[in-house]
Design a protein around this ligand. Sequence first.
Ligand SMILES: *[C@@H]1O[C@H](CO)[C@@H](O)[C@H](O)[C@H]1NC(C)=O
Ligand SMILES: *[C@@H]1O[C@H](CO)[C@@H](O)[C@H](O)[C@H]1NC(C)=O
Ligand SMILES: *[C@@H]1O[C@H](CO)[C@@H](O)[C@H](O)[C@H]1NC(C)=O
Ligand SMILES: *[C@@H]1O[C@H](CO)[C@@H](O)[C@H](O)[C@H]1NC(C)=O
Length: 465
Amino acid sequence: MYWMIFFWVAVGQAAVNQGFKSVPTTVKTFENDTVLLPCYVDNFGVPTRVRWWRKDTLLADSGEPNLVLPPRIKMYGNKSLEVVHVQPEDTGEYVCQASRPAPSGYVNQVHAIEVMYPPSVQPVPRSGELEVNLGEEVDMACEVEGVPYPVVSWVSKGEVLQLLDDRPRLRFRADSRNLSGQYTCVATNGVGEAAMATIDLRIRHKPSIQTRKNWVHASPGIRAQLDCRVTSWPEAKVEWFFEDQRVPYSSRIVKHSYGEDHSLIIRNVRTLDYGYYLCRASNSVGISEEIIELSGVANPAIFKESHPVGRTAYNFIWEVDSYSLIIDYQFWFRKYSKGVHGQWHKLYIPSGSEAIGPVHARAFNLTGLAPATHYEAVVLSRNSYGISRPSKIMRFSTDGATTESEQQLFEKPNIPKEKILPAVEVASMSQHLPPVDTESNDAYREQSKCILIILPMILNFFNSY
Ligand SMILES: *[C@@H]1O[C@H](CO)[C@@H](O)[C@H](O)[C@H]1NC(C)=O
Ligand SMILES: *[C@@H]1O[C@H](CO)[C@@H](O)[C@H](O)[C@H]1NC(C)=O
Ligand SMILES: *[C@@H]1O[C@H](CO)[C@@H](O)[C@H](O)[C@H]1NC(C)=O
Ligand SMILES: *[C@@H]1O[C@H](CO)[C@@H](O)[C@H](O)[C@H]1NC(C)=O
């Protein structure tokens, strides 16, 4: 309220010089109160006429006692102006003008009324909903009223936004779809309660699909569920395809959706159901697809334990999920040292158990190793539906191998492009499924596609040995 200070200085001095005994006053008050503005003039012994003005409107005139005054306004004999039942619109300047006969002319004294009232806000857009395309500028605001003028802060996702100033307008680029959500502006001015308004920001984008598993193991007779989570605005239509055909839904094959989660439930799986399924999500912005394989082959083996036995042997335990009997395992191992790999050695290991699913464990004692050597190994499992994908690479060293170089050895592999490598690399990556709800899904998707393309290669390669 810098203008107040200005008048204090400018008019305050004039008061001394111009014969006002009252001083300029700003009255802060509340709705329905009564305000008295003083105007005491030293009349220097000559008749002095006092008029009160509000902007260009004459409110009262001591020279015209019959003037009809605006409602709620009264001038007393001592020239004080009374405003009763003040309203927010009474806020403003009130000028007391004292006129004396020529040659004196007139002098002014400016008072002010400030009717304080609690804040109120209106969202812009008024609907409280804003929709933009990904990458476009977001421009939202809150129209704020209140005296004193309120301070505005913004809250989104439970956090106060760190802005440079108290701005009622928010502008930013919608460069990530996770910027969508509710934005609430909060206006406070110390009078009454804070006021708030909320704007729901929706960012239009192509559907994005996250799959928990791109490969689902099932055996005939059991129930299988393929899941894809679809994030999208506008809402996506989700369809399932099997071998390029729309899935024929039935009482056995059911599509199910709950919020962002979409599933295809296959009851009583048949071998004919095995194959590649496509989850396709489309909206007005675009189409996204994810492939999920339903298969009878075992899940990739997981190494559970490994430890050296003496200097030249190593013991492993791994586990495999398979609903059908494991026929045998392929155990592949080779020497591994900085940038140089030995030949793969391949061992067939009988399943060692007649157990029928779902979890199969196998212990294996690998003997005849060279001492003080680094190795790596993978395991594949075969059941009646075929050979599984390789396990994650297991790296191990026989007693006496340099451990200090191990870190370097494994972290910065300077690996030549060998025949086996892509398959094993991809297989190991596929174990690192990212958490379902991360943005890294794109990279993940690329990986999965890569796996799907490479998988036949892996199998061919293994068969050729
Ligand atoms: C002022 O008076 C009006 C009418 O009597 C009433 O509706 C309003 O609530 C009052 N305002 C306050 C702030 O008390
Ligand atoms: C002016 O008159 C009003 C009404 O009688 C009174 O309330 C007020 O105190 C007076 N002001 C002075 C300075 O006497
Ligand atoms: C939104 O996405 C960006 C990257 O796309 C990420 O850095 C940020 O942490 C995400 N924010 C939230 C609240 O998830
Ligand atoms: C593994 O083989 C080594 C060498 O033949 C033998 O000494 C050891 O007892 C075996 N360990 C297990 C757990 O079978």
